[in-house]
Design a protein around this ligand. Structure first.
Ligand code: COA
Length: 260
């Protein structure tokens, strides 16, 4: 697929997806969602890629929301279908990837932009970032998982306040409430993301994908997370990485994981 609205960069085991519509503050139109979905799928299938960093182009925005011009005239059915398709194609898909995804929030992350960052496995932000779910100020509610993932990250009361007031919070406030893990300067944002990625890459990718599955199971209806943890834990004992990790420990050397 030829990408018009995103850039995809690969450097050995690290991939970067850069949302690239800076004139529209990287707003998520249909085409951008399709391209993102495709890129994540391609990277998930690429066994060389161990970590994905998602960021926005320019110095102003990660993503300033879903593209308002595309849905302003939608009917009830079209609105429902927009949310359902988007969640399936991109937001739920990213959350459930077995390859770790770090959101590097480099500016505005509003509405669908914050929802996309919240679908990633964790988030870091630059000091200029502003985050919020301003949907009720447009007469709509978050539709790409925001009402579910924001309370998971910041707690129900804080999420209710942020959603009801449509407030934009700073990177420091986002860190204080657990929405992002680290803040830094804009210049240091990608280097920090890369440093975290390289720490992740030292570990067993097959164990990491099991851990992602087990953590996510805690938030899925009808699934017992403890059971998922037990079965993912057990599965590790059949992997080459487990043999290598434990043998290396006992031989007092650094492990060399194959990811199998
Ligand atoms: N959808 C569509 N276009 C958007 C957009 C969105 N979510 N966010 C920004 N843009 C466009 C603007 O329409 C403008 O386009 P134009 O130059 O063709 O007029 C361009 O991006 C630049 O935005 P602008 O509003 O001029 O920048 P600003 O610095 O004055 O304000 C924001 C920045 C983020 C405060 C403002 O753009 C904004 O409020 N955006 C909408 C945020 C939102 O409600 N998102 C949730 C959507 S559900």
């Amino acid at each position: 697929m030829k990408y018009n609205n995103i850039l995809l960069e690969k450097n050995n085991a690290l991939a970067k997806i850069i949302i690239n519509r800076p004139k529209k503050l990287n707003a998520l139109n249909k085409q951008t969602i399709t391209e993102l979905s495709h890129a994540f799928k391609v990277l998930e299938e690429d066994s060389v890629i161990k970590v994905i960093i998602l960021t926005g182009s320019g110095e102003k925005a990660f993503v300033a929301g879903a593209d308002i011009s595309e849905f302003a005239h939608f009917s009830v059915n079209e609105g429902g279908s927009l949310a359902r398709k988007g969640q399936e194609m991109l937001f739920d898909f990213v959350e459930n990837l077995s390859t770790p995804v770090i959101a590097a929030i480099n500016g505005f992350a509003l509405g669908g932009g914050l929802e996309l960052a919240m679908s990633c496995h964790f988030r870091i932000a630059s000091n200029n970032a502003k985050m919020g779910l301003p949907e009720v100020s447009l007469g709509v509610i978050p539709g790409y998982g925001g009402t579910q993932r924001l309370p998971q990250l910041v707690g129900k009361g804080k999420a209710m306040e942020l959603i009801m007031t449509a407030a934009m919070i700073s990177a420091d406030e986002a860190k204080n409430c657990g929405l992002v893990n680290h803040t830094t300067t804009l210049e240091e944002l990608l280097p920090l993301a890369e440093k975290l990625a390289s720490k992740i890459m030292r570990n067993s990718s097959v164990a990491i994908s099991g851990a992602i599955k087990a953590v996510n199971a805690n938030f899925k209806d009808g699934i017992n997370g403890f059971d998922t943890e037990i079965s993912e834990f057990g599965a590790c004992f059949g992997t080459a990485d487990f043999k290598e990790g434990t043998t290396a420990f006992l031989e007092k050397r650094k492990p060399s994981f194959s990811g199998n």
